[in-house]
Design a binder for this molecule. Structure first.
Ligand code: S3P
Length: 180
């Protein structure tokens, strides 16, 4: 079964995804990196040259491609906006156990204070950008998630343990429902 990590920018999806993949001995995929390699362009350039909506289409295409290729036993980290495209929610759920790394806005702000890579957080007043976007996205993350793990103030080892413990039951249930 695949593990899919969703959550706001800065929630630690990539860091945790890499650690999980080592521990489980499963390959790791980052959808942002996958898109960048495929397009031979950075996310920043995709946003700047083609716009956000084109990037969102590429995200959906990526998930559809993973489903069509029937990838199994992978750890997949997604971009923070992935579940906000409505059609991605059932696709992600079909792809595996969806784990939401839930983070408080204060933690995002302290982690991404100096970030220059994320197009949606550039410019004035990062704090209100983070708060507004997070509030808007919460219902999407809630609907998309099979499992929720709060990440603030927790060491990576503890987050990993929680991901495993909480995912196990869901995995069995999804298997019974023939998701896989
Ligand atoms: C985005 C999050 C980014 C990246 C893009 C858009 C978002 O990924 O996909 O900048 O809409 O939240 P991370 O969540 O890995 O930062």
């Amino acid at each position: 079964m695949n593990i899919i990590l969703i959550g706001f920018m800065g929630s630690g999806k990539s860091t945790l995804g890499i650690r999980l993949s080592y521990r489980m001995k499963h390959p790791y995929i980052d959808t942002d990196k996958y898109i960048e390699n495929k397009e031979n362009k950075s996310i920043q350039n995709i946003f700047a040259e083609e716009g956000e909506s084109e990037f969102r289409k590429k995200e959906t295409e990526t998930i559809r491609y993973f489903l069509d290729s029937r990838i199994k036993d992978h750890v997949i980290a997604t971009g923070g906006g992935m579940p906000v495209t409505e059609e991605n929610i059932p696709l992600l759920k079909r792809l595996g156990v969806v784990v939401w790394l839930k983070i408080r806005p204060e933690t995002v702000l302290s982690r991404l204070e100096k970030d220059t890579q994320r197009p949606l957080l550039q410019g004035e007043d990062k704090e209100s950008k983070v708060r507004t976007l997070m509030e808007f996205r919460e219902p999407y993350y809630t609907r998309c998630a099979d499992v929720v793990v709060e990440v603030d103030d927790k060491p990576v080892e503890r987050i990993m343990d929680e991901v495993f413990t909480k995912s196990r039951g869901v995995w069995k249930r999804k298997k019974r429902m023939r998701y896989e």
